[in-house]
Design a protein around this ligand. Sequence first.
Ligand code: NAD
Ligand code: UGA
Length: 461
Amino acid sequence: MKKTKFKKKILCIGAGYVGAPSMVMIACKCPDYKVTVVDINPQRIAAWNSGQLPVYEPGLEKIVNKTRGRNLFFSTDIENQIAENDIIFVCVNTPTKTFGAGAGQAADLQYWEKTARQILEYSQSSKIVIEKSTLPIKTALAMERILTSGKGDITFDVLSNPEFMAEGTAMNDLENPDRVLIGSRETKSGLAAREELVEIYSRWVPAEKIITSNIWSAELSKLVANAFLAQRVSSINSISALCEKADADISEVARAVGTDSRIGSKFLRAGIGFGGSCFKKDILNLVYLCRFYSLPEVADYWESVVKINEYQQDRFIANVLQSMFNTLAGKKICVLGFAFKADTADTRESPAINITRKLLAEHAEVVISDPKALDNAAIDLDGAEGQISYVEDPYRAAGGCHALVIMTDWDLYRKLDYGKIYRSMVKPAFIFDGRNIIDHRKCFEIGFNVFPIGKPPLTRL
Ligand code: NAD
Ligand code: UGA
């Protein structure tokens, strides 16, 4: 038999925003393990093997350069890699279903099921299969049923190990997680499989942060964690609407509320609403599950989190229109930031997409600026009708515009020379700060009419 220099061989199916960075961290922390990441998308794999990584994440490139070719490998050879590896993470995409039963809410499990069938087809020995994708509760049962549907004495233990990292801080989140959650069957082999995974994380995660649970609890906890986080954002955003009516300041309210240690200060930043590939999809998935289990009141409760998110964006655009004398036609608006949050090029479900489309619908001319996300912005807006241009330099982007609309909390936008920008704009000049990140008083003193979220506007009109 061929001798291998590695103690363990780990495979991850799905080289996306989660699969690749989480395997990069395992490869970094476990140099004696061979970690391979496969994907059906050859361009993505080529990019992971190149100097131009397909995901922008602070700190990622450095660790990829340290591990790639040493014990970290990217490949399209799914068939052989499944055969060769004993521990397989599944990290394929699980978007919202767009067709058939449950369209618009349920998770589309076609990529996940295809993967399960590939694992069954190419396995020649027993495996531990780990769900890292976010999945509806009881998916592990379906996974087990597919995997036990015809391989004789080969066995498969399915674990749930949902990922809690956030984009933009992924490497830190992976290195110093609040917790690692591992759900398993409580059978002898289920518990043994769980121990194998605990052993991997124990290389760098303190024992008290590695939580084990039953497999359904692990699957559900991931959906619930995202729902709770998104709920906080919608809660503070709903109160921002009240602040604007009643002359209160949302930052002061958030500080006063968040200093209660039972509530905590995180995820209380009011803004244009949450984006990203997961919050909306995971809440809608939870809503669908509640309806499926005949819990309509619970479903309605969680659905309201998404409704408030949409309301916040509708409110924002209505405010832009009303403040700019009820017409945007022919006016040039600079959208500062297109990523769904700072420090990522990801624009999935970014509020900027919706806001830009609404500006275009009012026949505004839109100039989009972002330090990392312009390529994705152009893809998102492909086919959108109206005048759009893409300019990375915020000073050039703002020149000749009637208004700035801040969509992403890039640190860069806090530090711009707003005096210089003001001088280059059409007067009266407006700033709509969808993230509450700039110094509103200072910008008002420069000459801008300033419209924050959840605070009284500073305007001379
Ligand atoms: P992604 O779209 O970036 O990556 C998924 C990858 O899977 C794609 O590259 C796709 O080509 C590949 N793929 C699909 N079917 C395949 C198959 N049969 N064989 C091989 N590869 C296949 O998605 P993502 O953002 O990495 O999310 C993946 C999962 O992780 C989702 O369930 C998501 O909810 C969850 N999650 C995402 C985040 C995040 O921050 N993005 C955080 C935690 C959990
Ligand atoms: C989120 C969760 O934070 C992760 O734990 C989870 O693993 C991930 O979803 C996932 O399952 O995909 P992510 O979407 O990358 O991570 O980023 P967040 O930092 O959660 O921000 C989500 C959105 O909420 C962003 O648009 C952000 O700007 C917005 N947000 C966040 C606010 O508007 N206010 C806040 O106070 C916090």
